[in-house]
Structures are given as C-alpha cells and as structure tokens.
Design a protein around this ligand. Structure first.
Ligand code: 8YV
Length: 309
C-alpha cells in the first residue's frame, strides 16, 4: 500500500491509483485507527511541502520502505529517522527550478513596478480620475541570494539578463561563479537592493532573515521569499513593513500557511501569493511523474530517479 498524506494533484492520484493500493490519509475521519489497521501493509508514503513523514508517522509504520515527496523541499520529512531505519527518500528537484526562478523574478518586478497595485487602479476606475505615483526601476538593481543551489543559480541567471549585479550568501563560497560572496546574511543584506531566500529550510536556516537582516536591507530594500515561510521571522517582517523600515516584499510562502498576516493586506508595496512557485500544469505533471517513477523504481529494485536518502 501507498499512503498519500494530503491532497496534492489529481493526475498524481490517478497514476498512483493505477499502480498501487492508494490509501488517502486525509479522507479518514479516524486517522489513528486507520493507521493501526493498515500499518502492516503500508510500504510507501507520498507527502509534499505541507505534510510529509514526521517521526510519529514513521514510527507507526513498521513496514515503511520509501518516502516519495511531491516537492523539492524536504523539511516535512524526518530525514534522520529515515536514515536510521533504512527508509529511502526521494524528492522532485530540477523539474521545478525554472518555475520557481521565474516566479522569483515575477515577484521582483511585481513589487518594484507595483504591477498588482496598478492592475487594481485600472479595475477600480482610478485611472480616469487620478494620477499614479511613479514606481522603482528593476533593471540594474543588485540581487542578493541566500542559497546558491539549483533554484538560487536559476534566479541569478535570470537576473543577469536584467543587468543585475549578483551577490550571495551560502555556508561556503562556491568555486565556480563570479558572483560576489558574502560571509554573512547581514553583510549580504547591507549590500543588495533585493534579497531573495532560495535555500532549504533546516534548523540552521530557520529565521535566517531576522530583525537585524531586515534592518540591514533597509527602507529601500525588497525581500523576496520563494523558499519557506519559517526562513523569515514573520512578525519582524510585518512590523518592518508597517513601520516603513523595509521597502517592500514579495512573498510566496508564510509561516503558518494558509494564514497570512492581515496587516499586509493594505500595503501596496507587498505582493502576496498562495505558495504557487511550482504550480504550473507542466511542472506539476513532471513532479507527479517523478514521484511515481521513484516508487516504481523502488518496487522493481531499480536505482531511484532522484534519491536523497
Ligand atoms: C509545492 C514546494 O508547493 O517543491 C517544494 O518544495 O514547496 C512546492 O513545489 C508542493 O510540494 C506541492 O504541494
């Protein structure tokens, strides 16, 4: 049996249904009893960015062999526990890189050029009566990236097309780039116009954007988060935006999704998206094919397509 922990994608469900005995965890009114009842038959778990396999779930599944995640991020999976138990883990890297990087650039343009506020202005009839205040140029702005992995690099490549100087922070300096390395996030934030979070969420990167970083970015600086909500101290972000200590923000992720701080709703220097970085028809299909392909490979004793553990 394959246990799907929450709803993700209809195509993925269909493909899993065709091949396996698919158990839909979220539809069960009594989840504890359901797990006990199926514990001996569940050999795989399919999770995503909102629910994966924590220690408790793993412990209740003695026959679990593989966790196949419908996401690149693995912060909802207890990787140590999986290693300990010899449980394999797969994710969906590469196929979503373009979409997430595209959206990061979209957020930069949307915040600086006030695309959403302008759209609202037209729809509300404001154009006929008033004049619109000027916005901020994007081309040539310095883009600072936290995490120069697959997604960070794809953002850098795109921003270069807008003549943006690129700088970055990561645990160690990367040998193969000419981008400027900063050895702390505060130093990076002090030296860029737009700061982008593009690293994995781990205990070390939780609240990596804190009050000090936000103040270093400053009243003209813009924060873009396409990573995970907990990368940013959200309460500090909200107060900085409300007090004008930060120039603006483009956010695809939040600390307690789907909850979004309502104080942000009135700010037109902020663009808010419902965690849609990878949400295109093309990419979600490619992600689903990877999830299924990894499970098929595992049960056929073949090498996994995108193994993590
Ligand atoms: C998805 C994501 O939103 O890949 C990730 O880490 O956050 C996204 O691609 C999610 O996993 C789909 O439900």
């Amino acid at each position: 049996g394959v246990l799907m922990v929450c709803p993700m994608n209809t195509y993925l469900e269909q493909e899993l249904d065709k091949r396996f005995n698919l158990l839909r965890y979220w539809t069960q009114p009594r989840q504890h009893e359901f797990l006990t009842q199926h514990a001996e038959s569940i050999r795989a778990v399919v999770g995503n960015a909102s629910a994966g396999a924590d220690a408790k779930l793993i412990e209740s599944l003695p026959k679990l062999e593989i966790v196949s995640s419908f996401s690149v991020g693995m912060d909802k999976i207890d990787l140590n526990k999986c290693k300990e138990r010899g449980i394999r883990v797969t994710n969906t890297p590469d196929v979503l890189t373009d979409d997430v990087a595209d959206l990061a650039i979209g957020l930069m343009l949307a915040v600086l050029r006030r695309i959403c506020a302008c759209d609202k202005y037209v729809r509300s009839g404001g154009w006929k009566s008033g004049d619109f205040k000027l916005t901020t140029k994007f081309s040539g702005k310095t883009v600072g990236i936290i995490g120069l992995g697959r997604i960070g690099l794809a953002i850098a490549k795109r921003a270069e097309g807008f003549d943006c100087p690129i700088s970055y922070y990561s645990r160690s300096e990367k040998p193969n780039t000419n981008y400027k390395y900063h050895k702390s996030v505060v130093e990076l934030a002090s030296n860029c116009d737009i700061l982008v979070v593009a690293c994995a969420l781990t205990p070390e990167t939780t609240h990596i954007v804190n009050r000090e970083v936000i103040n270093a970015l400053g009243p003209k600086g813009v924060l873009i988060n396409i990573g995970r909500g907990p990368h940013v101290d959200e309460a500090e972000l909200v107060s900085a935006l409300v007090e004008g200590r930060l120039g603006g923000a483009g956010l695809d992720v939040f600390e307690k999704e789907p909850e979004v701080p309502e104080q942000l709703f009135d700010l037109d220097n902020v663009v808010l998206l419902p965690h849609v970085g990878s949400a295109t028809v093309e990419t979600r299909k490619a992600m689903a094919d990877l999830v299924v392909g990894n499970l098929e490979a595992h049960f056929a004793n073949k090498p996994l397509l995108t193994p993590v553990v």
